[in-house]
Design a protein around this ligand. Structure first.
Ligand code: NAD
Ligand code: MG
Length: 404
């Protein structure tokens, strides 16, 4: 008989999102291995309440204080004992709870930075979906991982694929010996072959209709502009210690090959699977073991063929901007990310057109100079300044910040 597995206590930051749902689906398939210890989200308290009722975590947290109050009231009415935390501090506290040994960092955008960094500082297992943390503060995050001895497991599908293709005894952010190139695959999104003049008037619904993946709205738009792949180049640089010149993007519309590592001897290792985030999440949850994920087996004979193309930088200028920001270093990637977040939100609210996203990113990059990135404060300052400039350029109102 097999010995019973170690039970892990998992906290999910961004539990009500697309990654949160995939993670909870895998966790629910393995109640002997995983216990949900904490669930956190932004402001959708009703969605979090449903999850708390189902998974009964001892702790829940909401970024928005009013939403936290609503959640708490509803939990008390139902006699559920879950403790409710709130604000940025509440999210940071969830990441650092002593009873938690595994944190899934799946908040969308720069809003995930502080709690994801807090998780890295605790020396826990950190399953990273929030790529924006590495874009804003890659050096700080990776040094927090090294100092605390945290086990960093990427769940972005491309980076999870690369992780699986690299030697398993590699230290975080250290280049693996013998690697020549990292090849990041990209589906090309919904507008891979749309005639360029039509892009001016595409709608948020069209941009979010990704041909292969069901994801949150922000990352779906990023996939349509290919800013997502740009952010992933920066993510790969920090995770694997690979120079930007050695990271290449290849368009692969079927989304079956999730990324590849090329070695000096000409060997190219790839990880394949159906496009379903439950595979990388299950791989990271169980690492170094393997568990089932509920994903259908890959039937290669039924697929027949797989296609690969070079990306078109004229169609996808965001890709070039990300390479440039990575080359400039310091706060340049944080500035690009902030402009992109502002522009994507405005596009989703139909305040600007699709092509204005890239225009706003480029104009903000030109207006806001990169400054040294030595602390979390430096990253947050650059983020704040670039957001204000991007809003001004796009003629958007400056929003009131949430209370802490
Ligand atoms: P989503 O929009 O579906 O969910 C986002 C989650 O973050 C929600 O739970 C929301 O409540 C929470 N949130 C939003 N703003 C917040 C705030 N200010 N404070 C605290 N919580 C907040 O997004 P998603 O698609 O699940 O993506 C999450 C992250 O994972 C992103 O960084 C994305 O790039 C990355 N990722 C997603 C996928 C995917 O398939 N969805 C794949 C790879 C990487
Ligand atoms: Mg990805």
């Amino acid at each position: 008989m097999n010995p019973s597995p170690v039970q892990r206590n998992v906290a999910i930051l961004g539990a009500t999102g697309s990654i949160g749902a995939s993670a909870l689906d895998v966790i629910a398939q393995h109640p002997d291995r995983y216990r949900v210890s904490a669930l956190a989200a932004g402001r959708q308290w009703e969605a979090l309440l449903t999850l708390v009722e189902r998974f009964r975590p001892p702790v829940a947290a909401m970024r928005d204080p009013d939403a936290a109050q609503q959640l708490e009231g509803e939990l008390r009415r139902r006699n559920l004992p879950t403790r409710v935390l709130c604000g940025v501090e509440g999210l940071r506290d969830v990441a650092a709870l002593p009873e938690v040994d595994t944190v899934i960092a799946a908040i969308v955008g720069a809003a995930g930075l502080e709690s994801t960094l807090a998780a890295a500082k605790t020396g826990k297992r950190v399953l990273l979906a929030n790529k924006e943390t590495l874009v804003l503060a890659g050096a700080l995050f990776m040094s927090a991982v090294r100092d605390s001895g945290a086990i960093l497991l990427p769940i972005d599908s491309e980076h999870n694929a690369i992780f699986q293709c690299l030697p398993q005894d590699r230290a975080p952010s250290t280049p693996a010996r013998g690697v020549r190139r990292i090849l990041l695959t990209a589906s090309g999104g919904p507008f891979r072959v749309t005639p360029l003049p039509e892009l001016e008037s595409v709608s948020p619904e069209q941009a979010c209709a990704h041909p292969k993946w069901r994801m949150g709205r922000k990352i779906s738009v990023d996939s349509a502009t290919m800013m997502n792949k740009g952010l992933e180049i920066i993510e790969a640089h920090w995770l694997f210690g690979v120079a930007r010149e050695a990271i290449e993007v290849v368009i692969h519309p079927e989304s079956i090959v999730h990324s590849l590592v090329e070695y000096l001897d000409g060997s190219v290792l790839a990880q394949l699977g159906n496009p379903d985030m439950r595979t990388p999440i299950a791989q990271a949850l169980a690492w170094p073991e393997r568990i089932s994920s509920g994903v259908a087996p890959l039937e290669l004979a039924r697929l027949g063929s797989l296609n690969f193309f070079a990306p078109d930088l004229a169609r996808f200028p965001c890709l070039g901007m990300a390479y440039e920001a990575l080359g400039a270093g310091e706060t340049a990637p944080a500035i690009l990310n902030a402009a992109n977040e502002v522009a994507v939100e405005a596009f989703l609210q139909r305040k600007i057109g699709f092509l204005d996203i890239a225009r706003a990113c480029e104009a903000t990059m030109r207006r806001v100079p990169a400054t040294p990135l030595l602390s979390l404060g430096d990253a947050l300052d650059a983020d704040r300044e670039a957001r204000a400039v991007a809003r001004e350029l796009l003629k958007l109102e400056q929003p009131q910040p949430l209370p802490a």
